[in-house]
Design a protein around this ligand. Structure first.
Ligand code: SF4
Length: 231
């Protein structure tokens, strides 16, 4: 967790999300009835010297809202961490709990929203509010590339750049229309980390073949190549 982010786990700025994260933690899924759910905002995780930031959407109800660590304990993580391991970016292929000994190499993982939203659908004002927790991660000192998992993550980075008065192509004001979300797309910005887009690693995408292991391995190869270049 970044310095100053300790306050994150006590954040209650979004009443709808506070109520939902706690209800899920109370009700639990039958398979996890014996477990204590985390039920709080989920901290970012990984290597503070990372040159790659993986930016997801939000905690999974019975994944990181249960375990307290990004992408840990659900189908999304069962797809993501083996891919990071194959790419040499994680010490282990499987993430089970906060104390499973997983270490990331050159990678930091965060999310646009730190509390699980009902139906995985955050509201714009919730994303805006939660940007305060995302900003330190977007400013990690060694960061060269941001891998956005899905359109909401992609838009969150662009919204942040706009808030910082980042210029778009030809020195004009940055507009999201210049940077459409597209799996495999790479966008570069002056003095800021590049953006690479991927479909989200959700079960909905990986189970239907919208995102295959081969496709995601290719994305990680692309990201690693960019990460070693100066911005
Ligand atoms: Fe706080 Fe973000 Fe959770 Fe809202 S979503 S309560 S801003 S941590």
């Amino acid at each position: 967790m970044l310095d100053g982010n300790e306050a994150l786990v006590d954040c209650r700025l979004c009443p709808r999300l506070v109520a939902w994260r706690e209800e899920v933690a109370r009700e639990k899924r039958r398979a996890y009835q014996h477990e204590d759910y985390w039920g709080k905002p989920v901290p970012a995780f990984g290597d503070l010297g990372a040159n790659i930031l993986i930016l997801g959407l939000a905690p999974g109800a019975h994944g990181s809202n249960r375990t307290g660590r990004m992408f840990t304990g659900d189908a999304s993580g069962e797809f993501l961490y083996p891919a990071l391991y194959r790419a040499g970016l994680a010490s282990k292929a499987f993430a089970i709990s906060r104390d499973d000994g997983m270490e990331l190499k050159g990678v930091y993982i965060t999310a646009a929203l730190r509390c699980v939203p009902p139906e995985n659908k955050p509201r714009p004002e919730e994303l805006r509010r939660c940007r305060r927790w995302l900003e330190p991660d977007l400013n990690l000192p060694q960061l060269n590339v941001i891998l956005a998992l899905g359109k909401i993550a992609h838009d969150s980075y662009l919204d942040y750049l706009k808030s910082q008065h980042q210029q778009g192509p030809n020195g004009k004001t940055l507009s999201k229309g210049h940077y459409p979300f597209k799996h495999g797309a790479t966008y570069r910005f002056k003095n800021r980390p590049s953006l690479v887009d991927s479909y989200h690693v959700s079960f909905q995408n990986t189970n239907t073949g919208k995102l295959s292991e081969v496709m995601f391995d290719e994305i990680l190869t692309q990201v690693k190549a960019l990460a070693t270049k100066e911005i």
